[in-house]
Ligand binder design. Structure first.
Ligand SMILES: Cc1cc2nc3c(=O)[nH]c(=O)nc-3n(C[C@H](O)[C@H](O)[C@H](O)COP(=O)(O)OP(=O)(O)OC[C@H]3O[C@@H](n4cnc5c(N)ncnc54)[C@H](O)[C@@H]3O)c2cc1C
Length: 451
């Protein structure tokens, strides 16, 4: 039996990043990644398989990193972990480990809707052949219904529409699409954008059944309305793939993930877990968090990989930073929206700034940028921010995340030393994050005067 210093199970965002981190921090160690699929999809790129890309083969994580970083790769499914003897068992072989990192990810949540098992109903599996089959089937359908108006649902709908399908509808149970991610005003802008691109939006609508003989023909909503459907796509979230860990007797948490501490250690000190399979706690208040994102997976993997032979890093908890884009409209969030902050019990003040990301605004490529920052009133600490704009919104979202993670106050953000240039940023006079912070300071001063 071959023995490795570190074995990583899973070859996607978490597993590959964990293996790379082990290599960087412990150069002499021998490392093996075991993953079940031949080629691994870039998970966040999946929606674009259906419209912008030619197919799943254009959405793959390159494998050359294994050779480049001297990391072994074995393709097989791990079936069990023998913790006593520190051995993992695949279908055909066994491998001994000193330290084990689990990055077994997640699978799509299946709603208990009658008819979800009919032909033509698909979840978004991270599987090359499965997605290639959907792509092929799309060429033959006229009506597609996407259940779930979160970022996966809306991105997939837009791409399917782009591929030429005549009728694409999104059904969302909440009052607005994206309402788990953005405040209402941003959700409304995105809904209008989707509608302008020919997508039908049904919000505040619950699908009560998926209908048809063997093949799906329609979906029925709680108000009795039916929508024709030759294909249904389920985009309602992800569930931790923690069975391997559970069967090995590791502790499982409230949201179904593998319980880990801030160093990403499981209940077995020689086994670490990271990514979608691991239980998460929120940066805000420390409660369990059901967020599952590639950005969180890679952060956790950098913690787990660095810690395997001695604890050097800890995760501060999940801030939740994510973006989405449809056409020229991009939205980003870092931390809590105003609604989430209030739901958490914070006493908040929010401030909005609208500016242009070039100066003067007549320059080519200029786009309007709206930034909303949410602060806790008494401390002035930033709890979160949202941005609406063009593609530049992505890095603005990340700058806001840096402020949130460092628990910066409005005063500190107002003193932020930014660099500006006419062709690549907003004017220093109208710099969005700084001016939103200044506006919040004004509001906080007023609020204090009234006490
Ligand atoms: C359509 C879509 C779009 C998304 N867009 C974004 C986005 O824009 N931004 C963002 O941050 N997140 C996004 N996400 C979420 C992101 O994809 C996940 O958070 C990320 O994939 C988690 O990575 P992971 O490595 O933990 O798990 P996974 O990607 O699920 O990978 C798990 C790995 O473990 C392997 N594995 C599992 N069990 C075994 C076993 N027993 N033996 C061997 N191998 C095993 C799998 O084969 C796979 O290689 C998106 C998700 C989807 C589905």
């Amino acid at each position: 039996m071959k023995t490795y210093d570190v074995i990583v199970v899973g070859g996607s965002a978490a597993g590959l990043t964990a293996a790379q981190t082990v290599r960087r921090h412990y150069p002499p160690k021998n490392i093996l990644v075991i993953r079940k699929e031949d080629r691994v999809l870039i998970p966040c790129g999946i929606p674009y398989i259906f419209g912008s890309l030619e197919g799943p083969h254009e959405d793959l994580i390159p494998d050359m990193v294994y050779e480049k970083m001297n990391i072994g790769l074995h393709i097989s499914q791990v079936e069990s972990i023998d913790r006593k003897n520190k051995v993992v068992k695949t279908e055909s072989e066994e491998f001994a480990y000193d330290k084990l990192i689990l990055g077994t990810g997640s699978y799509p949540a299946m709603p208990p809707i009658p008819g979800h098992d009919k032909k033509g109903v698909y979840a978004v599996l991270k599987d090359v052949q499965y997605l290639a089959d959907i792509q092929e089937k799309l060429k033959t359908v006229k009506n597609v219904v996407v259940i779930g108006g979160g970022f996966i649902g809306i991105e997939i709908s837009d791409e399917i529409k782009k591929s030429g399908v005549e009728n694409v509808s999104v059904v969302e149970i909440e009052k607005h699409c994206l309402s788990q991610s953005y405040d209402e005003e941003f959700c409304i802008e995105m809904e209008e954008k989707l509608q302008s691109r020919g997508i039908n939006i049904f919000t505040g609508s619950k699908v009560v059944s998926i209908d048809g003989e063997k093949q799906v023909e329609s979906v029925t909503l709680a108000d009795g309305k039916t929508i024709d459907a030759d294909m249904v796509i389920l985009g309602i979230g992800a569930v931790a793939n923690a069975d391997l860990a559970k069967n090995a007797g590791l502790r499982i948490g409230l949201t179904g993930g593998i319980v880990v501490d801030r160093a990403m250690r499981t209940s077995d000190p020689d086994i670490f877990a990271c990514g979608d399979c691991a239980e998460k706690v929120s940066f805000f208040g420390g409660k369990s968090s059901a967020l599952r994102l590639a950005s969180i997976a890679t952060l956790e993997a950098r913690v787990a990989g660095a810690n395997v032979f001695g604890i050097t890093r800890e995760t501060p908890g999940t801030i939740g930073v994510w973006g989405t884009a449809v056409g020229s409209l991009a939205l980003g969030t870092a931390g809590l929206t105003e609604k989430m902050a209030k739901d958490h019990g914070y006493n908040v003040i929010s401030a909005v700034n609208e500016s242009v990301n070039r100066h003067p605004g007549k320059l080519a490529g200029a786009a309007k940028i709206k930034i909303k920052l949410v602060f806790e009133v008494n401390s002035g600490v930033l709890l979160g921010g949202q941005v609406r704009g063009d593609a530049s919104a992505g890095e603005t979202m990340n700058a806001i995340s840096a402020c949130v993670q460092n628990r910066m106050t409005a005063e500190q953000i107002a003193m932020f030393q930014s660099g500006t240039h006419p062709l690549i940023t907003a004017s220093p006079i109208a710099y969005g994050i700084v001016n939103a912070a200044e506006a919040a300071i004004g509001k906080m001063m007023k609020a204090k005067e009234q006490v």
